[in-house]
Design a protein around this ligand. Sequence first.
Ligand SMILES: Nc1nc2c(ncn2[C@@H]2O[C@H](COP(=O)(O)OP(=O)(O)OP(=O)(O)O)[C@@H](O)[C@H]2O)c(=O)[nH]1
Length: 458
Amino acid sequence: MWKSKLAPVQERRMIDKFRLYAKGGGGGNGCSSSRRSRHDRHGIPDGGNGGRGGDVILECSPTVWDFSGLQPHLIAQRGGHGSSKNKIGTRGADKVAQVPIGTVIHLMKGEIPFVAESHASNELDPWELPGAPIDAETGSDQSAPIGPNTGSSSCQPERIVEEPARMKETTQVESTDVPTRPPSSFSEICTEDTEEQEQIQDNVAELTVRGQRLVIARGAEGGLGSVSLKVPKKPKTDWLDDQVSDNDQLNLGAGLLGSEAVLILELKSIADVSLVGMPNAGKSTLLGAISRAKPAVGHYAFTTLRPNLGNLNFDDLSLTVADVPGLIKGAHENRGLGHAFLRHIERTKVLAYVVDLAAGLDGRKGTLPWEQLRDLVLELEYHQEGLSDRPSLIVANKIDEEGTEGVHEELKRRVQDVPIYPVCAILGEGIQELKIGLRKLVNGEMTDRLWLDKIKVD
Ligand SMILES: Nc1nc2c(ncn2[C@@H]2O[C@H](COP(=O)(O)OP(=O)(O)OP(=O)(O)O)[C@@H](O)[C@H]2O)c(=O)[nH]1
């Protein structure tokens, strides 16, 4: 029989770590040429300079989720050669690659990237929200207006502001301002090659604002043409002399090679609230209930393969909530979605631990809620000490299921000093109270945290 149904398309795993080679375009060669006239046998030099090579630029865009669309080798175009009649070679085209908001750059080889246009890095606040996610209903983007540097793919050399020092400073500001431990270094996480680890310079730059641009490899200047060198072409004596002099002149005017860099890009989300929970706890459903996002929901583990973002809107405030892939025991050893998940929590203000009240109930499969909480906190701490030390609350989900009232009471008895919100994400019950709680935590009106020693497990 003819099969009309196609096999379900498998969602691919997000690529949140990427190794990139970038090379700026070489400069075009300067031209060696002279304009001769009947009266001037030697001629007047009129060879134009070679054009500048293009830059390789990373641009921060809210429309890309991960690095799956990136090419591993980015090479900008070479500048055009100069030509006679004083014509300067064309400028090589820039290679602009779009990367997601929250891209952190580690340098393996080459120069520290330069900021292209300075507007974005001035007030680089680690908690500054990236462009808000696309509104699921209206399809409109609620983020800040596009910066002046977006929209054009070419970057004129004179508009580039070289600020390597500021980039380093930015990294320092981040590590002092953030109340928790600074993000663990990439070289700590990286397990591939020990020699490479030593060479990596961690966090040399980061792209956190929509439209922000970084030049990661610069195009070289073009070679000087004879008009700039003021070298008249030598009169031809014999053919050998002619060849030597021509080569000399060409070498003088040869374009330089563009700079090279090898980078590791790493993606870290920046959200106000992260929903943390075991697979199937109901995080995606909850995100849909508190915001207008429509994440994929399934009854099997790891429905969420990339962080879904939603906007939690109040009259005067909008918070970003990230539903990051489900966490399992051993995630810190990269089991399950492991590091891919944990990395996103590093830059979140508030943690909302989502537990499934029905798990482990009446012989059902799963771990009891207080054990879920203990495992979650342990995984965070194993990944990075202090990762769980930020304002938190507990979302006790699936309160609609039979027998969960008792589990909720037990949970309140076993876990202290942190607010617990019983909700039914699927029906939207208890969501208003939860929203208010999240707002208070983000605002700093509440500062409760979930401590491991406050969880009583048998
Ligand atoms: N009864 C009940 N079921 C719920 C509730 N919330 C979610 N579920 C169900 O729980 C299952 C898992 O929900 P998801 O939202 O996909 O869970 P998740 O935590 O995002 O899962 P991962 O993507 O694997 O991390 C789905 O079958 C939901 O329909 C609830 O409040 N009550």
